[in-house]
Design a protein around this ligand. Structure first.
Ligand code: HEC
Length: 263
């Protein structure tokens, strides 16, 4: 699949003379490259990356994310809650962005319990706006959002018009995974997955992640965004989540470090 993409890219590069692409650096860079640089002349009105940004009110974004969750679920709701006000302020490319095509982010990608959709949605937004590429600002913002998701007792957000008026318990996931995050909450709250309370918990959490993403984007816009957080793969010499012992118990396997760049 990857080889095929690479072939396609180089063939079209020749045809369109689109110039050098950072092919192979990372899947995401490749995909965004294909999406933006290799369009035909007729489609070429597209806004170049990174996309324009104007500061947004995190509270308004949170409120919208909460209500959008009930239509779009976590990932697409984060995207919609940020792109809808940007559509009002800026217009294109936000006006024609196909938000609905990201509903699949729900449940950690169609219910597989991997990355919580809020983080995937936030990463998409941050990378389109703050720049894409390995550990560019878009990725640094995504990295910060994921860390915050793991470390914070969520949901904090209380909607103006809550669908569930009872108090929704908070829980700390310690993990970016939907499965772990939802599972720990279900245990603390003593509620099943299909209950209205679990849904409202996810809707409120979505509001928190959308608002946090916007706070970081606002800082970035002001030139105040700073991040010292490393990517986990830099710390462990393997792609990983920090909570090694949650899955491995006390016997965390030794990482094969052959070929790692010297520290
Ligand atoms: C979400 C669960 C999870 C987390 C968190 C996690 N791992 Fe793993 N890891 C696994 C599973 C499952 C496997 C494959 C089966 C196994 O080896 O236990 C694996 C495999 C590995 C392997 C491959 C070698 C082997 O013996 O299987 C290494 C090395 C490893 N993990 C290291 C780590 C380190 C270091 C961390 C923390 C920085 C970590 N893992 C965090 C689930 C996890």
């Amino acid at each position: 699949m990857f080889d095929e993409m690479e072939k396609k890219v180089s063939r079209r590069e020749v045809i369109t003379g689109a110039g050098k692409l950072a092919v192979g650096a990372a899947g995401i860079a490749l995909v965004s490259g294909v999406g933006t640089k290799l369009l035909s002349k007729a489609e070429a009105k597209e806004t170049p990356l990174p996309w324009p940004y104007e500061k947004l009110d995190p509270n308004e974004v949170a409120e919208l994310a909460y209500t959008e969750w009930y239509k779009l679920y976590c990932g697409a709701a984060v995207i919609s809650s940020i792109f809808t006000p940007l559509k009002k302020k800026i217009g294109e490319p936000y006006a024609s962005f196909p938000v609905d095509s990201f509903i699949w982010m729900h449940g950690g990608v169609v219910g597989w319990g991997t990355m919580c959709g809020t983080e995937t949605g936030a990463a998409l937004v941050a990378n389109l706006i703050a720049g894409q590429g390995v550990f560019k600002d878009g990725e640094r913002i995504s990295n910060e959002v994921i860390q915050w998701y793991c470390d914070t007792d969520l949901p904090i957000y209380v909607p103006k018009k809550p669908k569930i008026t009872a108090e929704i318990p908070k829980s700390k996931s310690g993990s970016p995974l939907c499965h772990v995050s939802v599972g720990k909450w279900m245990k603390i709250a003593d509620k099943g997955f299909w209950t209205p309370e679990r849904k409202d918990r996810c809707a409120r959490l979505t509001a928190n992640i959308a608002a946090h993403t916007v706070k970081l984007l606002n800082d970035w816009k002001d030139g105040k965004f700073k991040s010292d957080l490393k990517l986990p793969a830099m710390s462990y010499a393997i792609t990983a989540q920090h909570d090694c012992t949650d899955c491995h118990g006390t016997k965390v396997p030794e990482v094969n470090t052959k070929g790692n760049p010297a520290k």
